[in-house]
Design a protein around this ligand. Sequence first.
Ligand SMILES: [Zn+2]
Length: 294
Amino acid sequence: MPELPEVETIARQLAKLVTGRTIASFASDWERLTEPEPVPLIAARLAGRRIEAVRRRGKLVVFVLDGGDSLCTSLRMTGRFAFRDLGAAAPERFTRATFVFTDGAGLDFVDMRKLGRMALVDSSEIAPAESGGDRTLNAPLHLAMGREPLGRSFTVAWLRAFLRRRRRAAIKPLLLDQRGIAGIGNIYASEALWRARIHPLRTAGSVGPDEIARLHEAIQWVLRKAIRLHGSTLRTYRDSSGRQGGMQHEFVVYDRAGGPCDRCGASIRRTVIGGRGTFHCPQCQRAPRARVKR
Ligand SMILES: [Zn+2]
């Protein structure tokens, strides 16, 4: 599933392709794409709307429309966008929806596993990524949105207060909880914890002030580096032009079980925490003394 850097890459590419274009029509033969709203209702509301911007919020691709609404897309496992000249090219296999623009261009939503979802919401519900608000978007994508880790409001002081509030939670699953910090997934949580030298099973309350400062730096460092490399490509993810990202070649722990730690040479270990494969260095990231509930 694409995380913040992958979705940021997609949103930036889409912004160049569709900003300023007007939607003539929208159609989908996958009725659950816009649930609980029926597709024809969403299609009626999209017709005639101009795309003013494309941005990212958490792991959502957000099409900002004129008139104050935004179309949010959760790509989930295999969802992606493909831009095409409607007169010249046929849609790809697994195309679930198509935006037709007034100038004859089109944008397909391709999703093999059909887990992606779209929702039309009031733009005020989606705080801009850079301001990183605490607004909660519960319905209809069932995604609560916390702070943007690259936003100005994601400060060391905020992170310290957040970890104190959730002190009993294990740190790695806490980083994945979109209601706290938006956009971090399994890959970048593992990478950031390695950089900060914090064991993924430590409780949030056991992480000291120096470690919190390191974690803050590490989260921003890994996300910025991944954005610079256009995200990482694993199995099904491609950016909207079909290219691969480059971050997967830079992983220091993720998917590197048995390989040497870049810092100390110890063997990277894979464990399962909260049902997710987790990678850490047993030497640099010391296990917590007391056992915590998994
Ligand atoms: Zn190490």
